[in-house]
Design a protein around this ligand. Structure first.
Ligand code: COI
Length: 355
C-alpha cells in the first residue's frame, strides 16, 4: 500500500520513463553508500513470525546497547541489485535466491526469518520507494542490502528476544576501484576465512570483519584483495574476501565446491548455469592451489563484484598471470550475465523479476 502511493509520488505520469532520476552525476558511482529516500523495516520477537513491515525515511535506527547483534554478532545480511531497462522498467535478479539463503542462514544463527514472499515483496517495495535512485541503463544498479539482526537485549550468551529485518538501498557501479581492470590477488596462508563446522557458508555479518586485516595488509602491498585457502590443509582454494573464485582451463571451468566453508554465491550459481549452457564443462570440487599454475584465466564473481577478471595471483612469492580482456571466457560470461540482468538479452532461465 505504502509503496504504491510512494510510486505515484515519484512517478505521476507513466511507469516507462526514467527522466525523474535523482539529480546526481551517475558517472561518478563506485561502490560506496549514497543514502536513498526510504528503508523497509519489519520486526518480530523470537517466538513469533514476521508479519507486517513498513517503509520509513532512511535514517539511523535505535538499538539497545545490549542487543544480540551488537554484543554477539547475531546478524545476517544479503545483497541484490535492481537494474533499469532501456524502456525505464526495473528488473530484480533472482531475489527469491537471496530470500532462501537468508532463511537458511537464519536457521544456523538461531533467528526467525521472513518468508520468501515477505522478503521478495519487501525488496520490491524498497525499490519502488527509491525508484529515482535506480541508475539509468548502463550506469550501474540499485544495490539492496537486507539485514536480519537480533535487536532485543541479551547479557548472557543466548538468542536475542527480538529481531529486525531491514532493507536499505544505495545506487552503485563497480565494486573494485580497478573498475574493469584485472585484479591482483594475494594468497595469504596466515589468515583463513572459515573453518569446517563454522559459518563460512552463511552470510553472517561475523564472517566479514575478520577479513579486514588481511585485506588491508594486502591492499597496503598493492594487491586488490586476498584469496583464502582452507584452514585445515591450507592448500585448497576457498574464496576472496567479498566474492567467489573461478579458474578456466581450456574448455573446463572450475570453482571450489561449496561444502560448508564457502559462501554459495547467487552469481556463482548463475555463472555455472550460463557456462554449462554455452558448452563449457563445469567442475565444482576441491582445487589445490597448484592448479593456479596452469589456469588460462581466473575470475571472481559476486553480487557486488559481478564478474571480475583476475590478472595475477601471488603465492609464496611467486606470481602467476592470466588472460584478461576481450575474447576471454570471463568477458563472455560477464556480457551474458549483465545482458540478462539489464534486460538486453532474453532471459531464458527465468531469473529476472520485473517490478
Ligand atoms: C555482495 O556481493 O553483495 C556482498 O554481499 C559482498 C559484500 C562484502 C559487498
Amino acid at each position: 500500500q505504502a509503496a504504491s502511493s510512494l510510486q505515484e509520488m515519484f512517478e505521476p505520469s507513466s511507469s516507462s520513463v526514467y527522466e525523474e532520476n535523482a539529480d546526481i552525476n551517475w558517472d561518478e558511482l563506485g561502490f560506496s553508500l549514497r543514502p536513498t529516500d526510504y528503508m523497509y523495516t519489519m520486526k518480530c520477537s523470537k517466538d513469533e513470525n514476521f508479519s507486517q513491515g513498513e517503509l520509513n525515511r532512511y535514517g539511523n535506527i535505535e538499538l539497545s546497547p545490549s542487543s544480540g547483534v551488537l554484543n554477539y554478532g547475531q546478524g545476517l545480511f544479503e545483497g541484490l541489485k535492481a537494474y533499469r531497462r532501456v524502456d525505464g522498467s526495473i528488473l530484480l535478479f533472482r531475489p527469491e535466491e537471496n530470500a532462501q539463503r537468508m532463511k537458511m542462514g537464519a536457521e544456523r544463527m538461531c533467528m526467525p526469518s521472513p518468508s520468501i514472499n515477505q522478503f521478495v515483496n519487501a525488496v520490491k517495495e524498497t525499490v519502488l520507494a527509491n525508484k529515482r535512485w535506480v541508475p539509468p541503463p548502463g550506469k550501474g544498479s540499485l544495490y539492496l542490502r537486507p539485514l536480519l539482526i537480533g535487536t532485543g537485549p541479551v547479557l548472557g550468551l543466548a538468542p536475542s528476544p527480538d529481531y529486525t529485518f531491514l532493507i536499505y538501498a544505495s545506487p552503485v557501479a563497480n565494486y573494485f576501484k580497478e573498475g574493469f581492470a584485472p585484479l591482483s590477488l594475494l594468497i595469504d596462508n596466515e589468515f583463513h576465512r572459515s573453518t569446517p563446522g563454522g559459518t563460512g557458508h552463511v552470510k553472517t555479518i561475523s564472517n566479514y570483519a575478520p577479513v579486514l586485516k588481511p585485506q588491508s595488509q594486502a591492499k597496503n602491498r598493492g594487491f586488490s584483495d586476498v584469496l583464502y585457502l582452507d584452514s585445515v590443509q591450507k592448500k585448497y582454494l576457498e574464496e576472496v574476501s567479498s566474492c567467489n573464485i573461478f579458474l578456466v582451463k581450456g574448455n573446463t571451468i572450475l570453482s571450489p565446491a561449496t561444502q560448508g566453508t564457502i559462501l554459495a554465491g547467487i552469481t556463482r550459481k548463475s555463472i555455472i548455469d550460463l557456462a554449462r549452457d554455452i558448452g563449457y564443462q563445469v567442475e565444482e570440487r576441491q582445487i589445490p592451489v597448484e592448479e593456479l599454475i596452469d589456469a588460462d584465466e581466473v575470475f571472481c564473481t559476486g553480487t557486488a563484484v559481478v564478474v571480475a577478471p583476475v590478472g595475477s595471483v601471488e603465492y609464496q612469492g611467486k606470481r602467476f598471470e592470466y588472460n584478461t580482456g576481450a575474447g576471454t571466457v570471463s568477458q563472455k560470461l560477464y556480457s551474458t550475465l549483465t545482458g540478462i540482468q539489464t534486460g538486453l538479452l532474453e532471459d531464458k532461465m527465468g531469473w529476472t523479476v520485473e517490478i
